[in-house]
Design a protein around this ligand. Structure first.
Ligand SMILES: [Fe+2]
Ligand SMILES: [Fe+2]
Length: 340
């Protein structure tokens, strides 16, 4: 009976591994740029291979299984001691080690901050000049507020676009997180689905944070810039939090206009790279893997994909504001998941 149970368990785990393997492979098809909600991720021609260390256990030999069970019987004290001495890691006790991943070229996946299935090819065909013409009082207020905020930014950074981008990305990653968090709490309070908007806004926050992780590889902030980030984050997070509670339509409209400004700033950045005022250095490794850029990609390629992302965020936020302007809730319209 025990044998039967363990055989059934083995089969179940085998099936689970197959499912995991399928789910964690990403198509190398160049057709996938930014999948729409209705699109299905292609599973053939996998770009990355995946092997879960815990799942591989079920396919090892009996001798290996015995060896592993001996290791599993190690006391917590022994494992922690081993970890302290650098012999093993604590995860071997908790069983939470990261799956082993390899890139298309056979090298190991080097990042823990994002996984291969979170990477994508930016859609560079997006209209960069799209502008929401302010019509209502709230629109005009949002537009003027953003234009006003631009003045001190221009004075402070002038044409130091690398530094400017790095600093502004610390702010840009806040609205999506605040909006996503508030929608999450509302979903819990009202026992309602969000229509995918929680995920969409959190995706935006994560994408903006990856812009920052990229820019920080290129520009190292000094102490007073770090102090400025702390202050601005303290003020902006709280201000945006209150604003989103009072008027999400104004909050999204302001973000929409901020993103329009971001597109403009990155265009200016590109101009300086093209004229040689800013050196077109090689792209950081994190950017090459995150946007699936070629190995010889440069700063210019990175700025182009970031600018495309900003244009998508512009559309998402103006769209969200328009939903509110129609007197509806976000959950009533399909969320633009995966829209980078
Ligand atoms: Fe950004
Ligand atoms: Fe942005």
């Amino acid at each position: 009976m025990n044998r039967l149970l363990s055989a059934r368990s083995l089969i179940r785990k085998g099936l689970l591994l197959q499912t995991q393997t399928r789910n964690f492979t990403i198509s190398s098809s160049s057709a996938i740029t930014r999948p729409l909600v209705s699109e299905t991720i292609l599973l053939e021609n996998s770009r990355y291979s995946f092997l879960s260390s815990s799942s591989s256990r079920y396919f090892s030999s009996v001798a290996d299984q015995k060896k592993e069970s001996k290791e599993e019987n190690k006391s917590t004290h022994e494992v922690l001691n081993d970890a302290k001495e650098g012999k093993s890691v604590v995860s071997s006790y908790w069983g939470v080690s990261r799956p082993s991943l390899t890139k298309e070229d056979g090298t190991e996946w080097p990042w823990n901050c994002f996984m291969p299935w979170e990477t994508y090819r930016a859609d560079l065909s997006i209209d960069l000049n799209k502008h929401h013409v302010p019509k209502t009082f709230l629109d005009k207020f949002a537009y003027r507020t953003v234009k006003l905020l631009r003045i001190p930014t221009d004075i402070f950074f002038q044409r130091r676009y690398g530094c400017r981008a790095m600093m502004l990305e610390t702010v840009a990653a806040v609205p999506g997180m605040v909006g996503g968090m508030l929608l999450h709490l509302r979903s819990l309070r009202r026992f309602q689905q969000s229509g995918g908007w929680i995920k969409a806004l959190l995706e935006e926050a994560e994408n903006e944070r990856m812009h920052l992780m990229t820019m920080v590889e290129l520009v190292k902030p000094n102490w007073y810039e770090r102090a400025l980030v702390l202050t601005v984050q303290g003020v902006f997070f709280n201000a945006f939090f209150v604003l989103y509670i009072i008027s999400p339509k104004l909050a999204h409209r302001i973000v929409g206009y901020l993103e329009e400004e971001a597109v403009h700033s990155y265009t200016e950045y590109l101009k300086d790279i093209e004229t040689g005022a800013i050196e077109n250095v090689p792209a950081p490794a994190i950017a090459i893997d995150y946007w699936r850029l070629p190995k010889d990609a440069t700063l210019k390629d990175v700025v182009m994909v970031i600018r495309a992302d900003e244009a998508h965020h512009r559309d998402v936020n103006h769209f969200a504001s328009d939903i509110h302007f129609q007197g509806k809730e976000l959950r009533e319209a399909p969320a633009p998941l995966g829209y980078h």
